[in-house]
Ligand binder design. Structure first.
Ligand code: TRP
Length: 445
């Protein structure tokens, strides 16, 4: 057994911001945000989303980062350090991370498949159904994606996660800008932008608010301790408040930009989102455009990069748990968690047509959908609620504020706002979401 080592740290504040933004920026921003916006009233949804990000997302982001840096631990260790009876919230987070990774990895693997398809000039929008029901391809791409994720995490916080983010996040931004410019030069651009941003008040209902809040929390990677874990590597003299603002701002910017990328290309309103938006509708458009094969290649590269920096954060949570709580080496922890994730991912990968018994398990939902409902929705929402309640009513807002003030001496002025939003507004909003999810059996995030 190795001697206890001091906590790993990010090399710089900017390195942390890139890594955490990498966690937040993912499939949720690039394919989910645009179509949820379109389905929920366009510009008016974007406004509600922005309000949810600032009023709810930012306080909870700061809460997770603060719990992490104060304890310098994974979620189990972090909750346990402050209040042993709350350890189970940490366990729920670790389990949720592995579960989300297992099916998120399936969709992430598709981006690799579509990079290969694009490069080889095989852009048939009708091929999607055959692709997702092909067992060898589904398992193969999942394995490759999980192995890529494992190799980054195995190199550790600075040499693996931070260095990856330093290379991939600027590349992501560059690809995004290049693809937006290409899209805006298409004849479909004006009509598409109208569908994206035109505020349609007829669509405005209580549900709009819940979808905006759900999208905000999922997109910011909140509710399972990913940001607790990343926060645990922040140095004591770094400013938590401005770090939280930077991560939230970067994530939001990319979500909004994703709309400016997708809609000009599509040029019409969307009635159906989900996988069909990116893997069918976009492919139809790429097919029809000059040089579309290469635009498609870069588009799926962008999507793959966004997904990888997110899967890395999902894997790091359980890895940090194994290292901190069970004293295993990083390499061994990555192997164990990677194997568990793959074991859970295989049924998800086979549930989209390959194995009929897995495609319809309960209420017409297949294995992947059920995992997304239980972990991507119920558990994350519950975890976010518990995080607010824990910080305000168990740890105490002033104890938490003391931690924030290290590196941000002026935070005192904002403690009252933090208390109100974390203690009342966010719990009320999140509890409403939880009730909606449980009553309707429908996901929000
Ligand atoms: N935020 C990522 C996305 O938008 C997904 C993600 C990564 C996530 N880590 C998370 C979501 C932790 C919730 C919790 O695609």
């Amino acid at each position: 057994m190795s001697a206890p080592q001091s906590r790993a740290h990010w090399g710089s504040k900017f390195g942390f911001v890139l890594a955490a933004a990498g966690s937040a920026i993912g499939l949720g921003n690039i394919w989910r945000f645009p179509y949820v916006t379109n389905e929920n009233g366009g510009g008016i949804f974007v406004l509600i989303y922005l309000a949810a990000i600032v009023l709810l997302g930012l306080p909870v982001m700061l809460a997770e980062l603060t719990i992490g840096r104060h304890t310098e631990k994974n979620p189990v260790g972090a909750f346990g350090h402050i209040a042993p009876k709350w350890k189970w919230v940490g366990y729920l987070g670790v389990i949720t991370g592995v579960a989300i990774l297992s099916y998120y990895g399936v969709v992430a693997g598709w981006t690799l498949g579509y990079i290969v398809k694009s490069a080889s000039g095989d852009l048939d929008p009708k091929a999607f159904g055959a692709f997702i029901s092909n067992p060898a391809q589904q398992i193969g791409y999942l394995l490759v994606f999980i192995l890529m994720t494992m190799s980054v995490v195995a190199f550790g916080v600075q040499k693996g996660i931070e260095r990856m983010a330093q290379v991939l996040m600027p590349l992501l931004l560059l690809l995004m800008v290049a693809l937006i410019i290409r899209g805006l030069t298409l004849p479909t651009a004006a009509a598409g932008l109208k569908f994206y941003l035109y505020p349609d008040f007829d669509h405005l209902s209580a549900k709009t608010f819940l979808f905006a809040i759900g999208q905000a929390f999922f997109s910011l990677s909140l509710g399972m301790g990913a940001m607790i874990t990343y926060g645990s590597y922040i140095k004591k003299d770094d400013n938590l408040a401005t770090s939280a603002i930077a991560v939230v701002g970067f994530d939001t910017l990319i979500a909004i930009m994703a709309g400016f990328l997708i809609f000009p290309v599509i040029g019409h309103s969307l009635t159906k989102g989900g996988p069909t938006l990116v893997f069918v509708t976009m492919i139809e458009q790429f097919n029809a455009m000059a040089g579309g094969q290469w635009v498609s290649c870069l588009f799926f590269l962008l999507l793959g990069i966004a997904a990888l920096t997110s899967t890395v954060s999902l894997l790091e949570v359980a890895t940090a748990y194994m290292i901190d709580e069970h004293n295993v080496s990083r390499g061994k922890a990555v192997l164990i968690i990677g194997a568990v994730t793959t074991a859970l991912g295989v049924p998800a990968a086979l549930s989209l047509g390959a194995v009929p018994a897995l495609s319809s398990i309960a209420g017409g939902k297949g294995f992947l959908d059920i995992m997304d409902f239980l972990f991507g929705n119920v558990s994350l929402t519950f975890g976010a609620l518990m995080t607010c309640v824990f910080l305000v009513y168990r740890w105490g807002i002033y104890n938490a504020a003391t931690e924030v003030k290290e590196g941000c001496p002026t935070f005192g002025k904002y403690v009252l706002f933090w208390r109100i939003f974390l203690g009342y507004v966010a719990p009320a909003a999140i509890a409403t979401m939880l009730v909606y999810i449980l009553v309707t059996g429908q996901g929000l995030g």
